[in-house]
Design a protein around this ligand. Structure first.
Ligand SMILES: Nc1ncnc2c1ncn2[C@@H]1O[C@H](COP(=O)(O)OP(=O)(O)OP(=O)(O)O)[C@@H](O)[C@H]1O
Ligand SMILES: O=P(O)(O)OC[C@H]1O[C@H](OP(=O)(O)OP(=O)(O)O)[C@H](O)[C@@H]1O
Ligand SMILES: [Mg+2]
Length: 283
């Protein structure tokens, strides 16, 4: 059994539960139980505050954990990043009152900065030769300047709307973050097998992201031209239609190239184009 530490409530909790459902891991719905085994996979889920996840993995209390990279770097513990998960994306930024004129990093010299990420901030300032005072608070960081607690803040930013509603402006991005799967050093061979299966399933979900399955009908004389514009995984599947001289073509498209390719296909005489989402992809 592999033990995985997960945030007990909050943003990462939601995103992690969604990942578990996509990779087919079912958890019993025992409310307020902090250690729940999956019913169909050899893992048990340990629910913790996200701040405690890096240490619990480093100590081997949990074998692996899902946590924001920001929190992992802040704790500076011995654990490995096994996989970047691509969700809960945010950045850690310095922000100052919006009426202040920002003059570059020197602005922070001698200033007081409220943050929950003092290790990351102090490391950054030490590298840049700036002497500032960090004031550690664990929440509601954005309110600190307006109540006289600090001159500036260093905190998580995503859309930026929390900064705007607190009359702050983002002036420096220090770190980009996303959820990561971390692992304890020296996992046993048995547990490594379970972790490999877990990562295989996550890969299948990640590979399918941004990909669409496309089906279309085309006149046979245009087949070569149509195949030339379709990237596909290896090559498209082609099947004859009951209608003489026509074929059905199936392929996989990247969402980013989607509209450009559809335009070309239509120009080549493609008809009845169907685009279907792909849930998982195993290459
Ligand atoms: N607005 C956001 N957009 C995207 N990701 C975010 C955002 N806010 C936080 N995150 C990411 O989600 C993680 C958890 O955020 P959350 O606000 O749920 O934590 P918390 O308040 O510290 O919870 P806990 O009670 O577990 O300590 C953060 O460490 C960060 O990696
Ligand atoms: O740039 P934005 O999109 O506004 O997001 C940034 C905010 O999101 C997080 O708080 P959250 O909303 O999770 O609430 P919390 O204070 O309860 O952690 C974070 O602590 C910031 O305050
Ligand atoms: Mg926390």
């Amino acid at each position: 059994m592999l033990r995985i530490a997960v945030q007990s409530k909050g943003r990462l909790y939601e995103d992690t539960m969604f990942l578990f459902s996509e990779i087919g891991i079912k958890l019993g719905s025992a409310k307020r139980t902090l250690l729940i085994p999956a019913s169909n996979f050899p893992i048990e889920v340990l629910f913790l505050r996200d701040d405690d996840i890096p240490q619990s993995v480093a100590d081997g209390i949990a074998d692996v954990g899902i946590v924001g990279e920001n929190e992992f770097v802040e704790r500076a513990v011995e654990a490995n990043i096994e996989k970047r998960l691509g969700f809960s994306k945010c950045r850690l930024s310095l922000a100052i009152p919006k009426e202040e004129e920002y003059t570059g990093l020197q602005w922070f010299e001698g200033k007081k900065i409220a943050t929950s990420y003092s290790h990351i901030l102090n490391t950054f300032f030490a590298q840049k030769g700036i002497h500032a005072h960090t004031h550690l608070i664990t929440g509601s960081v954005e309110i600190a300047p307006s109540i006289g607690l600090s001159d500036a803040i260093f905190d998580i930013v995503s859309s930026g709307s929390t900064l705007v509603s607190n009359h702050l402006k983002e002036v420096e991005v220090i770190m980009k973050s996303e959820a990561v799967l971390i692992g304890t050093p020296g996992l046993s061979a048995d547990k490594q097998i379970i972790l490999d299966e877990l990562m295989f399933r996550i890969d299948a979900v990640q590979t399918a992201e941004g990909k669409k399955y496309i089906l279309l009908n085309a006149p046979n004389e245009q087949l070569d031209n149509i195949i030339a514009v379709l990237p596909g995984m290896k090559s498209p599947t082609i099947m004859p239609l009951a209608k003489e001289g026509w074929s059905s073509i199936h392929s996989v498209l990247d969402e980013k190239q989607f509209w450009e390719i559809i335009g070309k296909l239509k120009a080549l005489g493609a008809e009845a184009i169907l685009v279907i989402p792909i849930e998982k992809m195993i290459l």
